[in-house]
Design a protein around this ligand. Structure first.
Ligand code: G4F
Length: 324
């Protein structure tokens, strides 16, 4: 039986990855930061599984890593923990950079010292391409980060490669483009839209405030993407891979698609709020997933319209049940 550590296990991707690894027969240790509210709703359904264990630790507490590595022998470590909201990173840049850049460095040092045979997955991000107009973006596209979050991700991406080459660790980075699902945090734009549409439909909300509708993203389904993370760690050699759908759509298109599903008139409910715009925007992300297809045999299963439908229908159900 393999044992895996997932940092950020209570997040969207962490929860899907934990499910996938449990299905594959792993023993899964999930790392959780202490918070006054437990915030385990995404993993509550697996908490009673005897192969799943939640442990306290933090990306800024190297002692917690060493303690956990003393207690467990890991085959694989998936680093998904982050302050992952790009606009918030302009407001709390230091905290963001500490978790997103220094966190992986601390984890890699711990792996190098304690368990150098353990395989490492780094959650790199398409945000690293920033405002580079070149597209589609691949593993070799120049990184031009446009936020504190993205700058920190560039460091983490580089240090992962550095530990791979310098210390021969099996350390891979998945450059994941935006990945969404009904478990997406409510302040990210897709979920904000699907939740608002459901609430408007059920008479619980009237207006939806959004920022820049012209930004384009390559949106995939998070459940599809965690399989690519696992596949990366099953390869003989570690490497970097773009994980994306190869399609791009604007925020406006996502909004229109969801409001059409809900049979709502966008103009009646939309407010453009300049305060939601970013000091430095990433205008267009479009990934080229050819390498992942060729080397990992990975392909996205869920298309844009299907993703919007999955998310809207889940939110309709969620709002109906909880009346919130
Ligand atoms: O949903 P978003 O906040 O995601 P963003 O910034 O693309 O980042 C997400 O994907 C990255 C992968 O590329 C991850 F690394 C990162 O951690 C995160 O998961 O915003 C998408 C777009 C932006 O262009 C933003 O300006 O939507 C635009 N937008 C317009 N109105 C809005 C809003 N974004 C948010 N969050 N809220 C709005 O009201």
């Amino acid at each position: 039986m393999k044992t895996a550590l997932i940092t950020g296990v209570t997040g969207q991707s962490g929860s899907y990855l934990a499910e996938l690894l449990l299905e594959k027969g792993y023993h899964v240790i999930g790392l959780k930061r202490r918070t006054s509210l437990l915030a385990t709703d995404r993993i509550d359904h697996i908490r009673d599984n005897s192969d799943f264990q939640l442990v306290y630790g933090a990306m800024n507490d190297v002692g917690s890593f060493y303690r956990i590595f003393k207690e467990h022998k890991f085959n694989e470590v998936y680093n998904l923990a982050a302050q992952s909201h790009v606009r918030v990173s302009f407001e709390v840049p230091e905290e963001t950079v500490d978790a997103v850049a220094m966190g992986p460095l601390r984890l890699l040092e711990c792996i190098k010292t304690m368990q150098p045979d353990c395989r490492y997955y780094q959650a790199s991000s398409s945000e690293m391409f920033g405002d580079n107009p070149e597209h589609p973006q691949s593993e070799t596209t120049r990184l031009m980060p446009a936020s504190p979050y993205a700058c920190a991700k560039v460091f983490a991406h580089g240090i992962t490669r550095n530990y791979r080459e310098g210390y021969k660790l099996h350390a891979s980075s998945g450059i994941l483009f935006n990945h969404e699902s009904p478990r997406r945090g409510e302040t990210f734009v897709t979920r904000k839209i699907t939740l608002a549409a459901a609430r408007i439909k059920l008479g619980l909300q009237d207006k939806l405030s959004l920022g820049n509708l012209n930004a384009k993203r390559d949106w995939g389904y998070a459940r599809d993407y965690v399989e690519a993370m696992w596949l990366m760690l099953q390869q003989d050699e570690s490497d970097d891979y773009v994980i994306s759908t190869g399609e791009t759509h604007s925020v406006r298109e996502f909004l229109e698609e969801v409001f059409q599903l809900a049979q709502l008139d966008v103009q009646k409910h939309l407010i453009i709020d300049k305060r939601l715009e970013r000091p430095h925007e990433v205008p267009l992300l479009l990934g080229d997933p050819t390498k992942a297809k060729l080397k990992l045999g990975w392909e996205p299963k869920t298309k844009f319209k299907e993703l919007a439908k999955i998310m809207y229908e889940a939110d309709l159900e969620y709002v109906r049940k909880l009346k919130i």
